[in-house]
Design a protein around this ligand. Structure first.
Ligand code: F0G
Length: 380
C-alpha cells in the first residue's frame, strides 16, 4: 500500500529546502500527525485543522520469545506508545479537529479513563474546555491524573461507565458541546488507521488473526473498517479474522445480554452495554472470527507474561488480547504457525496499583559494593 499524497509536507525529493527524510513517505514519524498523513483516507476535508499531539505511527513489534513460547508468529501493535499512552489518541485527534471545525467550545465524554486522558490532552492542544465523567473509584490512578493535569473538569459519578455515557449523550445536545466518545463517527475514522499501519508494517498483507480487547466496542469496529476499506480498494487481498476479547465479569457480547453491574480489575473495559456492540458482532461474524471472555486471573497471567517475556508493560485490559490468544491456541482455534497481531491498547504505567500486585518486593541493602554483591549472589 502506498502512502497517500498530502497537501502539506513536501518531501525532500520535490522540495530541496525541505528537511531530510529518511523515508520520504513517512510523515507521521515526523510529528505532522495522523490527519496530515491519512487525509485522503479518513473523513476530513481541507478546512479540518491538522491538529496533532504526535499520535499514530506506533511500532509493530515481533515478540520473538513470546512467539516461540506460544508457537505462533506474534506481533504486538504498541498503541501504548501514543502520546497519552493509549490508542484513543488516534480517534480523538480526528474527533477534536472536527469539533474545532464545527465551532465547538467544549468537549464532553464519559470514560473508564483513557478516553478522558486523551480528550483532555487534545482539548488542551486545541484550546477547548473539557468535561469528563468517570465512575468513582473505578479508574486507574494515572488516567485520572492525566485528565486533571491537562486541566479538564473531572466529575466522578456514583454509577458505571454506561450510566455516564447515557448522561453525556443527553448533555451533548447543548450548544457548543461536542461528544467525543466512540459513538462519534470521527473517532472510528481516526482509529481505523491502526489497521492501515498494521498492513503497511506487514508488507501490504493482513495477519491471519487480529486479537483485540473489547469494551465499548469502538476499536474492533474501527480496525475492521480499516481492513475492509483496503480490501475493497484492492490493496489487501485477504482479510484477518478478528478475536475480540472481553473480561469474564464484563462480557455482554459473549454472554449475549447487557450486564447491569460489570466487574473486572481491567477497569478500562468494565462496560456492560457497549455502544457499538452490534457492529462488533457483525465485524466478528464477517471476519469468521470469534468473541471470547477471560477471567481476571487469566488476564493477569498474560499481563505478567508480556512484561517478563516480551519486555512490554501494558495495562491489564490490553493484556486480555494475549489471554484470548493463548486460549484460542490451546483449543486449536488459532493454528500453530499463524501470524497474529495483538493490539496493546494502553500503557502499564497508567495503573501502578495493579502492577504492584505482580512484582517481587524490593530488597533493602547497605551502599557498599560488598553488601550489594552479597544480595546479588543470594538471589542468583
Ligand atoms: N483497552 C483500553 C486500554 C481501553 O481504555 C479501552 C476502552 C479498550 C481497550 C476497549 O476499547 O471501548 O473501543 O472497545 N476504554 C474506554 C475509555 C471505554 O473510556 O477509555 P473499546
Amino acid at each position: 500500500m502506498t502512502t497517500p499524497a498530502s497537501t502539506s509536507a513536501p518531501t525532500a525529493s520535490d522540495d530541496p529546502a525541505a528537511p531530510l527524510r529518511i523515508r520520504s513517505d513517512d510523515r507521521t514519524a515526523r510529528g505532522e500527525g495522523l490527519i496530515a498523513r491519512w487525509a485522503d483516507r479518513i473523513d476530513v476535508d481541507d478546512a479540518t485543522p491538522r491538529l496533532t499531539i504526535g499520535e499514530g505511527g506506533t511500532p509493530l513489534v515481533h515478540a520473538r520469545r513470546l512467539s516461540e513460547r506460544l508457537g505462533v508468529e506474534l506481533h504486538l501493535k504498541l498503541e501504548l506508545a501514543n502520546p497519552t499512552g493509549s490508542f484513543k489518541d488516534r480517534g480523538m485527534c480526528v474527533a477534536v479537529a472536527r469539533a474545532v471545525q464545527a465551532g465547538a467550545t467544549t468537549l464532553i465524554c464519559a470514560s473508564t479513563g483513557n478516553t478522558s486522558a486523551s480528550a483532555a490532552a487534545f482539548a488542551a492542544a486545541a484550546g477547548l474546555q473539557c468535561v469528563v465523567i468517570v465512575p468513582t473509584g473505578k479508574i486507574a490512578a494515572g488516567k485520572l491524573l492525566q485528565a486533571q493535569v491537562a486541566g479538564a473538569l473531572v466529575i466522578q459519578i456514583d454509577g458505571s461507565f454506561d450510566d455516564g455515557l447515557a448522561a453525556v449523550r443527553e448533555l451533548s445536545t447543548r450548544p457548543g458541546i461536542a461528544l467525543v466518545n466512540s459513538v462519534n463517527e470521527y473517532r472510528i475514522e481516526g482509529q481505523k488507521t491502526g489497521a492501515f499501519e498494521v498492513v503497511e508494517d506487514l508488507g501490504g498483507t493482513a495477519p491471519d488473526w487480529l486479537c483485540i480487547p473489547v469494551g465499548n466496542a469502538g476499536n474492533i469496529t474501527a480496525y475492521w473498517r480499516g481492513f475492509t476499506e483496503l480490501h475493497a480498494s484492492g490493496e489487501l487481498t485477504s482479510l484477518p479474522r478478528l478475536l475480540g476479547v472481553q473480561a469474564a465479569g464484563a462480557a455482554p457480547l459473549v454472554d449475549g445480554h447487557d450486564i447491569e453491574r460489570p466487574e473486572t480489575l481491567a477497569t478500562a473495559i468494565r462496560i456492560g452495554r457497549p455502544a457499538r456492540g452490534d457492529q462488533a458482532l457483525a465485524a466478528v461474524a464477517d471476519s469468521r472470527g470469534q468473541l471470547r471472555k477471560r477471567t481476571d486471573e487469566q488476564l493477569v497471567e498474560a499481563y505478567a507474561l508480556l512484561a517478563k517475556d516480551a519486555g512490554i508493560f501494558c495495562e491489564p485490559a490490553s493484556a486480555i488480547s494475549v489471554a484470548g490468544l493463548i486460549d484460542a491456541i490451546h483449543d486449536g482455534t488459532i493454528a500453530r504457525g499463524s501470524r497474529v497481531v495483538c493490539v496493546l491498547t494502553g500503557h502499564g504505567l497508567k495503573d501502578p496499583d495493579t502492577a504492584a500486585t505482580i512484582v517481587q518486593p524490593t530488597i533493602a541493602c547497605g551502599p557498599s559494593a560488598a553488601a550489594i554483591a552479597a544480595v546479588i549472589d543470594a538471589n542468583a
